[in-house]
Design a protein around this ligand. Structure first.
Ligand code: SF4
Length: 418
């Protein structure tokens, strides 16, 4: 992991909802955006608060019409997280949103470029101490006139890059726009430059990071549903974050935006950039040694056990004892399954040997007991009392290396994967 680039810092929020810091070495901030209409006040507030409850630090709303900015005033009274107004085409919406008390404005240089209009928005935000995100998008950045000529001209700067003209165009647009802000001595700015092409996202943010010291809002736009868009988004964003680039993230899915928040938080936890809340599940991918219905068991563990526990304990669910103990190294609680049985370990100590049906309830019982001990200060997460001693494969589990070597492993159903 490359140490994070220290950018300028902007602050989003107020006394009532709290202040979120973006950049300047602050923890990476998770954002999402409402899918519903802002003028539907009750639904808008409920949606924002649902995302906040799931862990979103900031939520953005669209304000395409006057009725949206009119509703925003009431929305701002009821939310419990900082809110950003997403403004396109109509600079007046930005002015109205500022008046309504929004915490941040997003402008798109691709569709609000009139210098006087931009100046009016800058002045309004400056007066209220509200930051602005300058968000260029591949989809809206191409200039309608002279597109081919300009793309060719600018593309020379990144001649070896397959999307060099887009890189150059986005950087040029940002530079032009930032000149307006610099003339107003306004630096309360975040930058984003999104594309649906993950490789281009990595390259554009890498180039922007070299050129500007404003905090960067990372995102892959129009990534698709969670199924198709997750890997596209996470591969680009985690690469950038691992390279020390990025101060806030928004993952975009064409499905429930709660998943954007969950996946962004999980990404940050996996990168060691956020402390995990709740269980970290380690599960074996299964192989030809499997002798319990592991896929079903893991799904049940996710559904039943994970919501019951608060502490970030590591729980390992392994299908056998051949590699299980090694693969579960570091787990606080682990189960190794054998021939329709499971042996449960807590902090390395064997505590139960149960049938397949009893694995889930007993695992839950042991996890809760361990959590209670940690809360009472009688145990510590990540601390082993003894090294795990693998059970006797035949005597205790009726399975394992000897049985496998003897070719006596029974075939079992592996459940539904869908
Ligand atoms: S724990 Fe056992 S069954 Fe699971 S992948 Fe490892 S070796 Fe295979």
């Amino acid at each position: 992991m490359t140490p994070r680039k220290i950018t300028r810092q902007v602050i989003v929020g107020d006394d009532r909802v709290g202040r979120v810091r973006i950049g300047g070495g602050a923890p990476v901030v998770v954002q999402t955006m409402n899918a519903g209409y802002t003028h539907d006040i009750d639904a808008c507030v409920a949606e924002i608060n649902r995302y906040a409850k799931a862990g979103a630090d900031i939520v953005r709303v669209a304000v395409p019409e006057r009725k949206d900015t009119e509703a925003l005033r009431e929305v701002m009274r009821q939310v419990n997280v900082p809110v950003v107004a997403d403004v396109h085409f109509h600079y007046q919406r930005a002015l109205e949103a500022v008046e309504a008390g929004v915490h941040k404005i997003r402008l798109n240089p691709g569709n609000i470029s009139d210098r006087d209009q931009v100046n009016q928005v800058i002045d309004a935000c400056k007066e209220r101490g509200i930051p602005i995100r300058i968000g260029v998008n591949e989809g809206s950045i191409i200039e309608r006139r002279d597109k081919a000529r300009r793309a060719e001209e600018l593309g020379k700067f990144f001649a070896g890059h397959k999307s060099g003209h887009l890189l150059a165009l986005m950087i040029a647009k940002l530079e032009e726009y930032l000149d307006i802000f610099a003339e107003r001595d306004f630096h309360d700015v975040c930058i984003s430059a999104k594309s649906m092409d993950a490789a281009l996202v990595i390259d554009i943010y890498t180039e922007i990071s070299k050129r500007f010291d404003y905090p960067l809002h990372l995102g892959v736009t129009h990534a698709g549903t969670r199924d198709s868009g997750c890997i596209r988004s996470i591969s680009a964003l985690s690469t950038l974050l691992a390279n020390g680039i990025g101060d806030t993230v928004r993952i975009s899915y064409a499905s429930d935006h709660i998943d954007e928040v969950k996946d962004a938080i999980e990404m940050l936890c996996c990168l060691g950039m956020r402390v995990r809340k709740g269980v970290e599940l380690i599960a074996c991918p299964t192989c030809g040694r499997i002798q319990v219905d592991l896929f079903t068991l893991v799904k049940e563990v996710e559904k039943v056990l994970m919501p019951e526990l608060e502490l970030p304990m590591k729980v390992a669910v392994m299908s056998c004892i051949v590699n299980g103990p090694g693969e579960a190294e570091g787990a606080d609680v682990a189960v190794f399954a054998g021939d329709r049985r499971g042996i449960i370990y807590v902090q390395g100590q064997k505590v139960a040997n149960v049938t397949e049906e009893e694995i889930l309830p007993r695992l839950l019982q042991e996890c809760k007991a361990f959590e209670a001990k940690v809360k009472a200060g009688e145990a510590r997460l990540g601390e082993k009392l003894v090294e795990i001693k693998p059970p006797d494969p035949i005597g205790e589990l009726g399975s394992g290396a000897a049985k496998i070597a003897a070719g006596q492993v029974a075939q079992v159903s592996v459940g539904q994967t869908g």
